[in-house]
Design a protein around this ligand. Structure first.
Ligand code: MN
Length: 250
């Protein structure tokens, strides 16, 4: 049994409810009603994933991450992944209806390009927004701190390893703190929108606890080519309480 992240996304049928952030939800009742309805030509509502609310304003992370970048990143890039994910789900003829995104990602093969890019894009950005907080937060404490120290030697050594993974990622991609399949904390990196939950695709599978977007769209308006400056800004905005919850989730 794989460990499950708190980040479960299920799609929704129609304009329905969001059961949990990573769960595209299927409200079976609504679908059944529609199938039974005596109106010819009425189609079942599609199974849809939705963005969850950002939780803070577009300008809340400024000046370290500027409002224009946030608005485009959330409203265009992330929204685009969700729209394309829903199209890919729709093209799969119900094969993924009702499946949580964490489980869907684990089924993917390398050639499933649309689900890979857009399912990853949706998960990755949801985690990204959640693990940032205006003004940042105090350093990791408690069990998370102890685990970081055990795995990396110190919190500072972890930070350096994580920042280096982001800086060295060629082109577009992500740096990750994961809990690997051996249950250990590990720093990894993936290209494009690949996610550590894609166990049949990535080199080092695991459960993401913290993810840093190093695509140029995450920083170019404010930092241009200075990715390392953006990485420092990102690290100063991490919500370690959320990372600790992720680390403790079973
Ligand atoms: Mn992005």
């Amino acid at each position: 049994m794989k460990k499950r992240t708190f980040l479960k996304l299920a799609g929704t049928a129609g304009a329905g409810m969001l059961i949990a952030p990573f769960v595209g939800c299927g409200t079976g009742d609504a679908r059944t009603q529609e199938r039974d309805a005596p109106v010819k030509g009425m189609k079942p509502k599609p199974f849809l994933f939705e963005q969850e609310a950002l939780g803070y304003g577009f300008d809340a992370l400024a000046p370290r991450i500027d409002a224009a970048t946030m608005e485009i990143h959330f409203g265009k890039h992330h929204a685009g992944y969700v729209n394309k994910l829903n199209k890919a789900i729709g093209a799969a003829n119900g094969a993924y209806d009702g499946m949580e995104l964490v489980d869907l990602l684990g089924t993917l093969q390398p050639d499933q390009t649309a689900l890979r890019n857009n399912g990853g894009g949706h998960y990755n950005h949801t985690l990204y927004w959640r693990t940032l907080t205006p003004g940042g937060s105090p350093e990791p404490a408690g069990a998370l701190r102890e685990e970081l120290e055990s795995a990396f030697g110190s919190v500072g050594a972890f930070t350096e390893a994580f920042a280096t993974a982001g800086a060295k990622r060629f082109g577009s991609g992500w740096a990750w703190l994961i809990r690997n399949e051996e249950g250990q904390l590990e720093v990894t990196s993936t290209p494009n929108q690949d996610n550590p939950l894609m166990s049949q695709i990535v080199d080092r599978p695991g459960t993401p606890l913290l993810g840093m977007d190093v695509w140029e769209h995450a920083y170019y308006l404010n930092y241009q080519n200075r990715r390392k400056a953006y990485i420092s800004a990102f690290m100063s905005l991490v919500n370690w309480d959320v990372v600790a919850v992720n680390a403790s989730a079973q």
